[in-house]
Design a protein around this ligand. Structure first.
Ligand SMILES: [Zn+2]
Length: 248
């Protein structure tokens, strides 16, 4: 049996399969990556998106943030076959949860799986005072019409993109839940993540220590690859549909 078929068998037999997804999941959806030569941080200065800048210069921060958002979503951004495969696995009861490092909201259709967005969601904003979350699109329009920074109509606080900014702590509840899911998983899939930054780097290790069958599905080797039960190098938009077909 090849690796994909063997992994499919493990997923069929699993009670709690958990997927961790990273930037490689979304490149086929037209989301530019952040760190390559043609990436976002070659066009924008990461310093401008620091949490301390949001606190000290929310007007300037929001002006740059709207431009960044437009660049990120300038293409026709839609879920790709890799997202569709995870949606289907979840819908058929083979995928319990998705933990994602992505902020693009492209897992929104996988409603049958629990979703933990470790770095937040760029399509929402959160009030820095009352914690209210709301859709980001109308807020960006208000910014474009000159309301900088945009303020919460409930309490007058300042809206922040509901994403984890540089220099900002991850949401504790989300982080705790991601770790719990990693301990609970009997199959853990790390998909399209370089697994080079925390906490993503340690989640598959946690799953492995707790006896999960682990798989890395990624174009390149990751630091966890030598430890994984399955190390599948390939394009996620090809491997995941194949895996999904094998499971069904
Ligand atoms: Zn508020």
């Amino acid at each position: 049996m090849d690796q994909v078929a063997s992994l499919a068998a493990a997923i069929r037999g699993a009670e709690t399969a958990v997927a961790l997804t990273g930037a490689g999941m979304s490149t086929a959806s037209g989301i530019p990556d952040f760190r390559s030569d043609s990436g976002i941080w070659n066009h924008f200065d990461p310093e401008d998106f620091q949490y301390h800048r949001f606190c000290n210069d929310p007007e300037g921060f929001w002006t740059d943030r709207v431009e960044l958002h437009e660049t990120m979503f300038s293409g026709n951004v839609e879920p790709n076959p890799a997202h569709a495969a995870l949606d289907e696995l979840a819908g058929d009861g083979f995928l319990y949860a998705i933990v994602t490092q992505n902020t693009d909201g492209l897992h929104d259709d996988a409603t049958a799986a629990e979703l933990v967005e470790l770095h937040g969601n760029a399509h929402r904003v959160v009030c820095d005072s009352c914690g209210r979350r709301t859709d980001a699109a109308p807020i960006r329009s208000r910014v474009a019409s000159g309301e900088r920074p945009p303020s919460c109509t409930e309490c007058g606080g300042v809206f922040k993109p509901d994403v984890v900014l540089f220099g900002e702590q991850l949401n504790r509840t989300d982080l705790r839940r991601a770790r719990e899911l990693s301990r609970k998983a009997d199959v853990f899939l790390a998909i399209g993540s370089s697994l080079s930054v925390e906490p993503a780097a340690s989640l598959p290790r946690t799953a492995d220590r707790n006896g999960a069958t682990t798989a890395v599905i990624n174009l390149d080797k990751t630091p966890f690859s030598p430890l994984a039960d399955f190390d599948i190098r390939g394009d996620v938009t090809e491997v995941l549909p194949e895996l999904c077909a094998e499971v069904d």
